[in-house]
Design a protein around this ligand. Structure first.
Ligand SMILES: Nc1ncnc2c1ncn2[C@@H]1O[C@H](COP(=O)(O)OP(=O)(O)O)[C@@H](O)[C@H]1O
Ligand SMILES: [Mg+2]
Length: 181
């Protein structure tokens, strides 16, 4: 299934951000997955204000890319820890990318869970990459490790914002030490 083709509509309203999927098999799957994660991992997401058939409404947060670069650096470690916690909770997000990171109450949260799946192995996809996790990359034209994470060659993912994407896990994290290091 080519879920990456599944483009939902985003509408900013006074009550929050409405995300609406199309009434197709893929749209229904994407919506169901997203709703399930908002319920399963509320500590990792913006608050879910409302949801119904093929839509969700989330509380309006601050996209991290709207935060001035110098200020945004302070969230790096927290984001890294959040991704680890999500993976340890048994979920692979599979579209971890700064365009899918927001700040809620000054805490990092992940949005855009439609591509997430139950963790398949003990090697976390979102940290070490699809290849290390023994998976095919989820996104079209994945980088060698299959992780959409600080990519340097992606049109929408501003990898250079926090350092470039290739190389070791530590390099991928812009030189920031991994938890436990
Ligand atoms: N709760 C939110 N608060 C602020 N911005 C949001 C929120 N939800 C979505 N957005 C904005 O809308 C964009 C698209 O939402 P996303 O859920 O990632 O859908 P898509 O599947 O189209 O990438 C995000 O990159 C972000 O800029
Ligand atoms: Mg997105």
């Amino acid at each position: 299934m080519e879920l990456w083709r599944m483009k939902a509509d985003i509408i900013h309203s006074e009550h929050g951000v409405v995300k609406q999927w199309s009434d197709t098999r893929e749209g229904r799957m994407a919506w169901a997955t997203e709703v399930a994660r908002y319920h399963q991992l509320p500590w990792a997401t913006p608050p879910l204000v409302a949801w119904g058939d093929l839509y969700i409404v989330t509380e309006k947060c601050t996209p991290i890319l709207d935060v001035p670069l110098e200020l945004s650096y302070r969230y790096k470690g927290e984001l890294w820890n959040l991704i680890h916690r999500v993976n340890r909770a048994g979920v692979w997000h599979r579209d971890v990318c700064l365009v899918n990171v927001v700040l809620y109450d000054d805490k990092v949260r992940l949005i855009d869970w439609q591509a997430s799946i139950p963790a398949q192995t003990s090697v976390p996809y979102d940290i070490y990459g699809a290849r290390a996790a023994g998976q095919e990359g989820y996104l079209i034209d994945p980088p060698p490790d299959g992780v959409h994470w600080y990519r340097s060659d992606c049109g929408t993912c501003p990898a250079v914002y926090w350092g470039t994407g290739r190389g070791s896990t530590r390099e991928r994290n812009g030189g920031f030490p991994l938890p436990g290091e």
